[in-house]
Write a protein that binds this ligand. Structure first.
Ligand SMILES: NC(=O)c1ccc[n+]([C@@H]2O[C@H](COP(=O)([O-])OP(=O)(O)OC[C@H]3O[C@@H](n4cnc5c(N)ncnc54)[C@H](OP(=O)(O)O)[C@@H]3O)[C@@H](O)[C@H]2O)c1
Length: 251
């Protein structure tokens, strides 16, 4: 996959991993970022501009059908050369235990499934006709280390990422022979706001490392991008799923 002269949509590009992706890819590609909070999005655009990187921002919630229709309409009208979609926007509905009462696990899981899994299916389906028209195109689904083994403190979030992983494998298979390459980016714990509740700011890797790994994966057409210690957990999982579960949930 080429790494320059693409037109790239990054959902959730106003913070964390998405922001670092915009910064890295924005130097040599046309980049469009999204996010729900318009002020935060404008702040990201301004910070990138200070670094000499111009990106386009489109506010919206990936979990909201009307927002997605508006986004897709604008992309088709104004960015008909769109050839890369990075499904990065994602969220966990808090840290909680499945053994606790009154945590409302159903509502949390529903929100996580909508944002992290169903929204990706909807956006990809709506953008595939555009992507298929391009000479070379890519879909990048940002899943997680917990797509391999569950992280028990974010149990229903992990299940949404496992679903995303399964879907991504089938999508790659279905699109073989088309112009659209399907990547899965699987970060470990990353130091972002998202992971602050589970110690990510202290123990997570920098979000810039995740962005750099995706760039390298594009260069090498490496479709399953196991960032940092995700590769160790994956290898351990192949030997012993039980040991991998214990290792990931040791702390
Ligand atoms: N951090 C980690 O340890 C880690 C590890 C593995 C995988 N991941 C995955 O990596 C991705 C990015 O996470 P991050 O750590 O960078 O999170 P983050 O720092 O919280 O940033 C999330 C970004 O997504 C946007 N966003 C969230 N929900 C959205 C929605 N419904 N619609 C549109 N935009 C939305 C946020 O902006 P608004 O809030 O303004 O919408 C923000 O720009 C997620 O898919 C996450 O599951 C993270």
């Amino acid at each position: 996959m080429r790494t320059v002269n693409n037109t790239i949509l990054i959902t959730g590009g106003s913070a964390g991993i998405g922001y670092e992706l915009a910064k890295l890819f924005g130097a040599n590609n046309k980049v469009i970022i999204t996010g729900r909070n318009g002020a935060r999005l404008a702040g990201a655009v301004a910070r990138l501009a200070e670094l000499g990187i111009r990106v386009t921002a489109i506010a919206g919630d990936v979990a909201n059908g009307a927002d997605v229709d508006e986004l897709v309409g604008r992309l088709v009208r104004e960015h008909g050369d769109l050839n890369v979609v990075i499904n990065n926007a994602g969220a966990a509905a808090g840290v909680y235990s499945l053994s606790d009462e009154g945590v409302n696990a159903f509502d949390r899981a529903q929100q996580e499934m909508l944002t992290n899994y169903l929204a990706v299916i909807r956006l990809n389906e709506k953008l595939l006709p555009l992507l298929k028209k391009q000479e070379e195109a890519a879909i990048v689904n940002v899943s997680s280390i917990v797509s391999i083994v569950p992280g028990s403190r974010l149990s229903t979030y992990g299940a949404s990422k496992a679903a995303l992983h399964s879907y991504t494998l089938s999508l790659r298979h279905a699109l073989a022979g088309t112009a659209v390459k399907v990547f899965e980016l699987r970060p470990p714990l990353v130091a972002t706001e998202f992971s602050s509740e589970i110690g990510g700011l202290e123990r997570g890797i920098p979000a810039s490392v995740v962005a750099e790994d995706l760039l390298t994966a594009f260069e090498n057409d490496n479709y399953d991008v196991l960032v940092g210690n995700t590769a160790d957990i994956y290898n351990l999982y192949l030997q012993s799923p039980e040991q991998a579960f214990l290792a990931l949930n040791a702390r």
